[in-house]
Design a protein around this ligand. Sequence first.
Ligand SMILES: C[S@@+](CC[C@H](N)C(=O)[O-])C[C@H]1O[C@@H](n2cnc3c(N)ncnc32)[C@H](O)[C@@H]1O
Length: 299
Amino acid sequence: MIIMVQERILESLGGREITPSDSSYAGWPALLSTSDRAKPEFFEQVRDLHPDGYIVGIGAGGIFSLLKCFPVGVLPQGLVMVDINPHVVVAGRIMEQALIEAADVDVFIRNFFRVPQSMYQNQVEQIVSVDPKLKDGLTRWSLRTWMGVPSSPSEEWDKEQDEFSKLLSRFFIKDYSDHLSVPLIVTEHFLELQQLAREKRMAVVYANFIDPVFVDAVVRLPNFLSLTNIIYLTNMLDLTFGDGRLGDAGLELVIKPLRRYEESVSPPIFIFAPSSNLQRFAAVRSVNEVLSYSGFRYP
Ligand SMILES: C[S@@+](CC[C@H](N)C(=O)[O-])C[C@H]1O[C@@H](n2cnc3c(N)ncnc32)[C@H](O)[C@@H]1O
């Protein structure tokens, strides 16, 4: 079943500007790694809520773990990744291409996670050569973004392989059992991700997650409103509102677009990683619950 998810969303977005267009709001890039955490039983609990729709959420990192919210072998209708950091979007699209082209998971690992730096730069050029907005975004995204942006996917792969850095993180992260290794998760779910990519049910969108036009494009995807979808916010709310600088008006800016997802027949499953939960995943069924769980008072 071909859905053309990316094409449909990009068509709706047209030449729309990305706001904000710099890194001050963004936080650590959700690029093939995540600081979000979850125990295996979390995914079992969400499976019991019987999601059967799309996974829509931020970045190309923790979002891949949400495939575990579907019974083995059952695919979401589509996987929509969105980010305001152009580096994250470029890496996500290179991964999508590598999934489509790979004969098997070993070839995928070799051509994506173990790609030499120089080849990765060529792939970046290819991706932005067909997307002027993304190209412009890369030039405008201040140097500061380079912090946390891996030079290539192999950097994240090596980090997950290297015993010392595992030892190190075990030292800092008391309970390592809920660590989410994105390279490991992606290779574990290679066949599902490959099918989603080949059937055009995967989208990597350069946009603001709370842009009403982006949200409108998503809820108009085939059957979206008649399915139980997963909406992934990672710790975006803490990041955007943690310091209260945006106040109630800002909160309204976020609530309105997020409420559109509640128009579906069965309530969506909002998954987020609030600092109030030590960035462990939490799952609730309404925007109000997301806000109260995150300790935000709303008008
Ligand atoms: C929200 S945090 C996610 C990082 C999270 N802790 C993780 O480890 O997966 C930062 C990521 O979200 C992206 N981001 C932040 N605000 C966003 C927004 N309004 N729309 C889309 N992406 C956003 C940033 O560019 C960055 O990739």
